[in-house]
Design a binder for this molecule. Sequence first.
Ligand code: ZN
Ligand code: ZN
Length: 340
Amino acid sequence: MAVETRVKDNRKDGPGGSGGQESTGGLWDSVKKAAFVIGSGILFLAAFGNSLTWHLQRFWGASGDFWQDLWTKLYVAFGGHNAALFYFGTMFVPTLTFWGLNALLLVVDTTGKPSFIARYRIQLDKNNPVDPVKLRQALRCVTVNQLFISGPIVVAVYHLMSLRGDPCGPELPTFHRALAELAFFSLVEEIMFYYSHRLFHHPHLYKRFHKQHHEWTAPIGVVATYAHPLEHVLSNLLPVVIGPVILGSHVSTTCMWYCVALISTTISHCGYHLPFLPSPEFHDFHHLRFNQCYGVFGVLDRLHGTDDKFRQSKQYERHVLLTSLTPLNQSIPDTPKKAL
Ligand SMILES: [Zn+2]
Ligand SMILES: [Zn+2]
């Protein structure tokens, strides 16, 4: 879900300001505009979503039983301990996914090897190798956030979801439903992350709550959740957990969504623009320039003009799905070799 959309447009009404802070003047007008565009998007999905998912579900049909059988085995194995099943799906699996992916990335960050991955680094002169003191501090904070904030919030989410029904039912949701729910979660995340993140850049809040995350002007994967506790709750967790709570989703969909969100934010921060993976240029640029590219998908940044400098940058030219093995820092270098 990390693929930022790339639409040609030339709005240049972004806020001024620098150093990671901005004024909120005119924000309400922008919010109204955003509500209109998002509302139109929902209408469009409602009109054409059915035919799209009908084709996908035909493709899925053959393997549908496979997933249901797998789920039934897991469901039986937990013997009715639904809380345990919920925590397994929403804590254990996503945490394992996060650390599994980040362990691989940390090898490259700390050793610069293998060089066939390191050569895809976005900010070539940074983290080569990463500062061990800074890294230890980040790892400590990420672990504390995970254990003492994410953990209790997932427990609260379970109790909240149990009020309206069992989130760990014996039957998997249909493919159609899971897909629609994931689309809804993405929409909620984009809106909540964009506005809460932009609020944290307000002069009154930035220094105290958000500056910590921006200590990394060249981020690495694991600093995705390196943040002040309040920012971790409002910007990292709430935008992701609220969608499944609203819809009363099945734990399998919630598990998939948490994993997608964690993989997506790790890639956005990883600092390597690797082939066949979503482009991390957008959020990397946010860390580099502070007052650009606040959102996840880039939709609201386009709408509010908070990507105007990004769209005039080399990073924007590189903000594509890389489909060759040549690193973009070579095919689109910072300073052209020839002026002609
Ligand atoms: Zn970040
Ligand atoms: Zn920020």
